[in-house]
Ligand binder design. Structure first.
Ligand code: G3P
Length: 197
């Protein structure tokens, strides 16, 4: 299972990359804003992409298909390893299809059930990101989405990678690996807790 770090903190990314602990990065606008301060968040993204030899997810904020595609194209121009992160919405699936047709890689995020994951895969997503911690928060079993999605993708030969997100603790990482998630993304605090488990 690949490990992505869910952060825009350059110090943490440098440390984890030098130790060979991570295969990629996921960011979102609030993680980038925290680090960027008065700088352009796109400059931070470019710095991250230069440090990490692997995919770096950068999320659009637009909610309408044409605007998502335009923003995704702009993000993809920042570096070769950018993966455009698109929210799981009807317009998001249209944008996903269009970006994939232009050979961009797309991570469909904010998925909360296996059918949303299947829809994203059918639209051509490179990654789907089910948010397991947020499901646990509302008394659902988040990991069940990963189990179901693994079976569905294997049944039909989808190559879309399952990127387990909203991971809160080491046990989530263990369970994601046991049920066959392709990738787990988690904050630095969880990576440090894995090291000292
Ligand atoms: O990977 C998803 C993450 O950015 C959100 O996680 O813990 O706020 O649900 P969380």
């Amino acid at each position: 299972m690949k490990f992505f770090l869910d952060t825009a903190d350059l110090g943490d990314i440098n440390w984890a990359a030098q130790a060979g602990l991570i295969d990629g990065i996921t960011t979102n606008p609030s993680l980038l804003a925290k680090v960027a301060g008065n700088r352009d968040p796109r400059d931070v993204l470019q710095e991250i992409c230069a440090i990490v030899d692997g995919p770096v997810s950068a999320e659009v904020v637009a909610l309408e298909a044409d605007a998502m595609v335009a923003e995704g194209e702009e993000l993809a121009r920042l570096a070769d390893n950018i993966v455009v992160k698109i929210p799981m919405l009807g317009d998001g699936l249209i944008a996903t299809r269009r970006l994939v047709e232009q050979d961009h890689r797309v991570n469909v995020t904010l998925c909360f059930n296996s059918m949303q994951c299947l829809l994203a895969a059918k639209a051509g997503a490179t990654y789907v990101s089910p948010f397991i911690g947020r499901l646990d928060d509302i008394s659902h079993e988040g990991m069940e989405v990963i189990r179901e999605t693994r079976i569905i993708f294997d049944n039909y030969g989808f190559e879309t990678e399952i990127l387990t997100a909203s991971i809160r603790h080491p046990r989530h990482v263990v369970e994601a690996a046991l049920v066959g998630s392709d990738v787990a993304t988690f904050p630095t605090a969880v990576l440090k807790r894995l090291l000292t488990h």
